[in-house]
Design a protein around this ligand. Sequence first.
Ligand code: ADP
Ligand code: MG
Length: 939
Amino acid sequence: MPDDERLREALLELQLLREREASNHRTTEAILQCVEAVSRARSPRIGLSALFDAIRDVLSADACLLVERVGTAFRGVSSDRLDWVGGRIVMPFNTMRRTRNIADLDKAGLWAGEIDVSGYSAALLVPVIEGQGEFAILCFRRANSFSAGDLTILERVASLAIRAEASLRLETRLRLLAATIEGSSSGFVIADATAETKPLIYVNPAFEALSGYRSDEVLGQNCRFLTAEAPDAPERTRLRAAVARNDPGTFLLRNKRKDGAPFWNELTLYPVRDDAGTPTHLVATQRDVSDRVNAEQDRDRIRTRMEQAVATNTEAFLMLDVDRNVLYANSAMLGLFPAPPHDWDRGTSFAENWAAYVGVMRASEGVISPLLEKVDVEELASLKRGREFDLPDGRSALVRGAYINDGGQARQIIVLWAANVTAIKASQLLLEQRLEAIEAAVDGIAIVDDTGRLSYLNPSAARALGYGAAEDALARKWSRLYEEPPEITAGKGFSTLLKRRNAEAFHEVTASLLAGGGAVLVIRDVTERLAAETREADLQQALSRAQRQEAVSQLAAGIAHDFNNLLSAISGSATLISLDPSNTEDVETHSGRISAAGARAARLVNRLLDAGAPREESMTFDLRAAISDVPDLIATSLSADMSLGLEMGDAPILMRGDPGEINQIVVNMALNARDALGTTPGCIEIALRMDTPITQRPLAVGTLIAGRGYACVRVSDTGRGMDTETREKIFEPYFTTKGNAGTGLGLSTVAALVRASGGGIDVRSEVDVGTTFEVYWPVAESWMSDEPEDAGLPAGALAGLRLILVDDEEEVALVLQGFLERYGAEVVVCPDAELALEAVTEDPDFWSAILTDYDMPGMNGGALVEAVGKTAPRLPVFLVTALARRMSDPRVGPDRVAGIFAKPVDLAQLGQILAQLQPGTDTTEDEQEESSDAPAHRG
Ligand code: ADP
Ligand code: MG
């Protein structure tokens, strides 16, 4: 190769190198120009538009566009053509790192969208992926196309454009943020976290409004000037710690404004750190939440009060949330429905608590009713009146429930109340029982209103007030049946004795006023009680009389005993003498006088004994003897111009009973007769007779039965008499016309005694003319003696009788023995009871009867009666005693003794009675009385 050719090649090579160098230089120049344009700009916006200018300049382009991918398309973000910003285009992103002809793109359908590129011929595109975003920068030319060098330049400056865009965006965001903070309604402060005192470096206008401070007053200071709390308040301590550690947090503080007004500040603290994580700033938002806090405090206060009220309520209270878990239960709930272990704790479910309660009850009480076991709380809440449960532990609970609307939720809160109604139920029961008791009461109980009309009566009251049934009496006057009833309107209660109209019945009526008007009446029939009181008063009187006379009669009894024995001997001897057929007339007369005087003496002695004798039941006696002394008793109290006659007839009237009682009755009537005479002259007659009425005869007291034998004593006087009204009342207890001089008890006692004996009393009276009382006593058939038989026993009347005669007084015994043997009896005399008992024990069937004295040394008559009753129960024993009317030895009652004879013994009477005994038999008196169709046997 020639040298010049080599030189030419070398020169060409050098020229190529120079050209490449120049091209590199141009590219570098262009890039520098672009960088310079961006870096010289005062703001990102100016930088970006300067960059676009530089790019257009170095590439000789007509337009520039920066796009960002949005979904599948791109959107224009920056351009020197303003109409392209915001426009959407679809274009090949990855395939286009080169220069293209626009017409080709269009033809290939690769360019579509809102950005109109008609008028441009070539496009240059460089895609850039920056961070999360996908961007692209495009340049357009109107005439010819771009070169490869142009692409290189654009590739170099593309990221520059993207970064300029990013800083523009950052700046925009910061401006927005700043505006937001400035315009925020929340207080917003920033403090320097690197300085010791954390001074404020920024406060927004809302903070100024909130605190009342201007920013220039507070910048540079710590924010604590706002606080109104003590330094050691818990919330302040927490804030201090958070600030020291640069922790985020929310705090509720009591602050005060510049003017001193307090407010609640909700402060949210947020530390700002640099890239190394070192805190640089503290950001805090502040909000006045006074309204909210005050409302919360109000609500809490109300809730606390409500809970206290519910807690102290004795009614059990339970509140369930929408899931039926416990919101609240008071202690009464636990007391009524114990449910360990949760015991209705907040948050535990109703179902588990109820199951626990049922479990506890089953363990302690046994059976659980299905109703209780399957309690459905929804059902309870919907019941209007609740439901009553008898709890297994014996209590009763009334459970009521309700739904409560809780801010429009679909399900509602449930509240349950349970009242312990055990006491109420118990008192209900008690009331029912009381009503039953009142209904069943024997006393009448009635309720009347204040006009005296009945609104309630128990059956007893209905009966007492004269109504068939309580219903018939309602609204009627309570008092219609009483004489002189008191008024209830008097304003006071009363307790008074009321007499039934037209009846001998007395009611004690007590009225207790009721608070709401009206009264409760208690009506008690006291008719019987009054009668009993009368009887008791009589007895009391008799007792005191008996006591008074006891002393006298004891004295008298001692003398009378001995005296009777002497008289027995005298009278007996006289009788024996008079029986001797060889007597001269003189002897007859004298012995008769002795007998008569003896009899009178005996009567006197007996009267002495009578004076203090208690009544002796059921002895056999002669009615005549019982009343023979009445004139003697009365005589002393009669004045001279009054006469008293006694007519008794000759026949003895034998009766069983108490002679003292009959004596008392007749004396009573004789004294009334004397009182009726007063001071005027007049006479009293006492007469005795037998009567057998042929028809039934009702009397003032008692009724006489037809065909029955009665002994009748008539006491008549010529005194002042009685009018009808008086006569109707004389048998009432305490009725007297004699004022203080009378007791009004005489006739009522007489009536009671006569009634008890089965007899009757007849009264006839005429004012100023006189009065006649007739008293009737029934007489047993077999004891009536029609003919006077005095001593007139037939000879041998006692033949065949084997008698034991027991008496320590020999004379008495001898007289009796003489008399009995005269009529044919075999008599063995025993001086003491022991001997007699021996004889009986030896051969009980041998004897017909024993006749024994009562008062004997050693074994007395009573003891003998008892002993014989054991060894020979069927052997009749007759008792002879000087103290007949004072006998009170229970061993000698009528069931043990066949008869009692008073000393001195009426021999004729003794003979008559003994004559009725059948020899060798053991017939007793009682059996004789009963055998009415087989009259007494006479031997
Ligand atoms: P007392 O004698 O204490 O008054 P009584 O019961 O014995 O009580 O008598 C009651 C009343 O009966 C007497 O107060 C009297 O008015 C009346 N009375 C009784 N007997 C007669 C009589 N023989 N003549 C008139 N009135 C009599
Ligand atoms: Mg009287």
